[in-house]
Design a protein around this ligand. Structure first.
Ligand SMILES: Cc1cc2nc3c(=O)[nH]c(=O)nc-3n(C[C@H](O)[C@H](O)[C@H](O)COP(=O)(O)OP(=O)(O)OC[C@H]3O[C@@H](n4cnc5c(N)ncnc54)[C@H](O)[C@@H]3O)c2cc1C
Length: 468
C-alpha cells in the first residue's frame, strides 16, 4: 500500500493504525482457518473515520475487510486480497436502550452478550443468541445474519433489526429502515445488508428490536437409542402444539466429547440427546412439557428427563455450550459445517452423515439447532496429513450435495465466506448467482468490500483446504 495512503490513515487515527507485521499477522485468522495478512489494520471508532477510509480506499481501489471479533466459521473476516482490515472490536461505545420503544441502538463493536445483559436488566429480551455471544460482536452478527438456539421460536438476527447506519463502498453514509417496527418505505435495504457478509456496505450503527422477557423457562433432556428416532422426534415435538424456545441435538460422539472434557454425568451410551426448553408463564410450562412427553410416547420415546431446578437446567445448557470447546480440545483443526435441511429430512441427513463418516473413516461430531433443521457436522482433522485432508474435502462436498438434494441449504447461519463459495452455483444455479452478483456490482463496482467472499472466483469448483 502506498506510503502516502498509510500516512493519511495515521494522521486520522494515530496509534489505532497497525502496520507492524506481528499486529497484521494476528488479524489474518478467524474461527475457520487459513491465514491472509492485511497491509494494515485500522481500529475505527466513529462513522467519520470509516467514511474517510472508504473514500480513500475507493480512490486507490484498495480492498477493505470489516472485522468484528473474528469468530466467523466460514472465513468471512479473512483479508484474502490483503488491503485494509477495519477492526470494529474496539468500537463498543454506544449501547443505548429505549425501553418504552422496545429498541436499542448500538455501535458495531458491542458484544452480543452485553446486549442481552442490558435488555434483561429492563425485563426485556434480544432473542438472537449465537453460542459465541460472550465474544462475538453485533456487527459480525448482522453481517452473518447469525442465529442461535432461540431461533426455533423467535427467528434470527434479521428478525430483530429495524434500522442501520451504513457506509457505502465509495464512502457515503446513509440510513436504512428506522426506529419503528413497521416500515415499508422503499426497498428493504436493511434486510439486504443483513447477511451480506461485509460485501455490500460497512455497518456503523444498528437499531435492534426487543421483546418482553419470558417470565420463566423449563428444560428437558430426551435420550435416544437410535439417531433415526431422534430425528423423527424433532418434527413430532414441533407439531405437538407446543413451540419450544430452544431445541438442540447432540449425537453420540458429541455427548462423549463433552463428557470426556467436562464430566457432566451424561448418558455415554445414548445415540443422541435432544435438549428442549419452553419459555413463558411457569404454570403453562409444566403443561407444555407434558404435551411434549405425550407426543413422544406416541412414537415410543419414553426417556424424557425434566430438569428439577434451575441449577440442573443450567447444567443441561452448559452441555450444549461445551461441544465446541470439547471438540477443539482434541488439538486438531475443527471444520464446522452448518448444512440445513427441511425438518422432516433430518433423519435422512443423520443417516447420510453416518454413512459418510464410515466411508471416509473420519471423526465427525454432529450437533446443532435441531428445531431449525440446522445441523453442525464437525470434523476434527490433522491438516498436516494431506491424505486425510483430501478425505475431509470429499466428505464435506458429499454433505453439501446431499443437503441441497434434500431441499436444504449450504449454510443456516455461518455464512458462505471463503469456505462454501465453490458450491454456491449448485444451490442457486447460474442465474441465481448472476442475479446476486448484479447487486454486488451495482453497490460495489470496484469490488472493494470484502473481495473473495461468497462468490466463487475463477476455477473454484470444489473445497480446497490445503493449498500445497
Ligand atoms: C464457539 C462458536 C460458536 C458459534 N455459535 C454460533 C451460533 O450459535 N450461531 C451463529 O450464527 N454463529 C455462531 N458462530 C459463528 C460466529 O460467532 C458468528 O458468525 C458471528 O456472527 C461472527 O461475529 P464476529 O463479531 O466474530 O464477526 P467476524 O467473524 O469478525 O466477521 C464476520 C463477518 O462479518 C463481517 N463484519 C463484521 N463487522 C462488520 C461491520 N461492522 N460491517 C460489515 N460487515 C462486518 C466480516 O467482514 C465477516 O464477513 C459461532 C462461532 C464460534 C467460534
Amino acid at each position: 500500500m502506498e506510503h502516502v495512503v498509510l500516512k493519511e490513515f495515521e494522521n486520522m487515527i494515530g496509534s489505532r493504525l497497525l502496520t507492524e507485521i506481528d499486529d497484521r499477522t494476528s488479524y489474518g485468522y478467524d474461527g475457520s482457518f487459513g491465514q491472509y495478512i492485511p497491509d494494515c489494520v485500522a481500529q475505527v471508532m466513529s462513522t467519520e473515520e470509516v467514511q474517510r477510509i472508504m473514500e480513500i480506499a475507493d480512490q486507490h481501489e484498495i480492498p477493505v475487510c470489516a472485522r468484528g471479533a473474528s469468530t466467523s466459521l466460514s472465513g468471512g473476516p479473512l483479508p484474502v486480497h490483503g488491503g485494509i482490515v477495519l477492526d470494529f472490536s474496539q468500537w463498543d461505545t454506544k449501547l443505548e436502550i429505549y425501553p418504552d420503544d422496545l429498541i436499542m441502538k448500538v455501535s458495531p463493536g458491542v458484544r452480543t452478550g452485553d446486549i442481552h445483559e442490558l435488555a434483561e436488566a429492563h425485563n426485556l429480551m434480544y432473542p438472537p443468541d449465537p453460542s459465541s455471544s460472550s465474544i462475538c460482536t453485533i456487527g459480525g452478527n448482522l453481517a452473518e445474519n447469525a442465529g442461535g438456539p432461540r431461533g426455533v421460536k423467535y427467528g434470527v438476527t434479521k428478525d430483530f433489526v429495524i434500522g442501520l447506519e451504513i457506509v457505502t463502498a465509495d464512502g457515503k453514509v446513509l440510513r436504512t429502515g428506522g426506529s419503528t417496527v413497521k416500515n415499508v418505505t422503499g426497498y428493504d435495504l436493511t434486510k439486504l445488508i443483513v447477511g451480506s457478509e461485509g460485501t455490500l456496505a460497512v455497518i456503523t450503527e444498528a437499531t435492534l428490536r426487543l421483546i418482553p422477557k419470558p417470565s420463566d423457562t423449563r428444560t428437558a433432556m430426551i435420550i435416544f437409542e437410535d439417531l433415526y428416532t431422534a430425528g423423527k422426534s424433532i418434527s413430532k415435538i414441533l407439531t405437538s402444539g407446543v413451540r419450544p424456545s430452544k431445541m438442540e441435538i447432540l449425537d453420540h460422539n458429541a455427548i462423549n466429547k463433552v463428557e470426556d472434557y467436562a464430566g457432566l454425568d451424561l448418558p455415554r451410551e445414548a445415540a443422541a440427546i435432544i435438549l428442549v426448553e419452553v419459555d413463558g408463564d411457569p404454570d403453562v410450562l409444566v403443561k407444555e412439557l407434558r404435551i411434549v412427553e405425550k407426543a413422544l410416547s406416541e412414537i415410543g420415546v419414553e426417556n424424557v428427563q425434566v430438569a428439577s431446578d434451575k441449577e440442573e437446567e443450567a447444567r443441561l445448557w452448559q452441555v450444549r455450550k461445551l461441544v465446541s470447546p470439547a471438540v477443539v480440545s482434541s488439538g486438531y483443526t475443527k471444520i464446522s459445517e452448518d448444512a440445513t435441511v427441511p425438518l422432516s429430512r433430518i433423519p435422512d441427513m443423520f443417516r447420510k452423515i453416518d454413512e459418510i463418516k464410515k466411508k471416509y473413516d473420519l471423526n465427525i461430531v454432529v450437533f446443532g439447532h435441531a428445531g431449525d433443521g440446522n445441523l453442525h457436522p464437525t470434523i476434527n482433522t490433522n491438516m498436516r496429513d494431506p491424505e486425510e485432508v483430501e478425505r475431509v474435502e470429499q466428505a464435506v462436498e458429499e454433505i453439501f450435495n446431499y443437503a441441497i438434494e434434500l431441499g436444504g441449504t449450504l449454510s443456516g447461519e455461518h455464512g458462505i465466506g471463503t469456505m462454501k463459495k465453490a458450491f454456491l452455483v449448485r444451490e442457486m444455479g447460474e442465474e441465481g448467482v448472476e442475479f446476486q452478483k448484479a447487486i454486488k456490482r451495482a453497490l460495489d463496482p470496484k469490488n472493494i468490500l470484502n473481495p473473495g467472499k461468497i462468490f466463487p472466483e475463477k476455477g473454484e469448483k470444489r473445497l480446497v483446504l490445503r493449498n500445497d
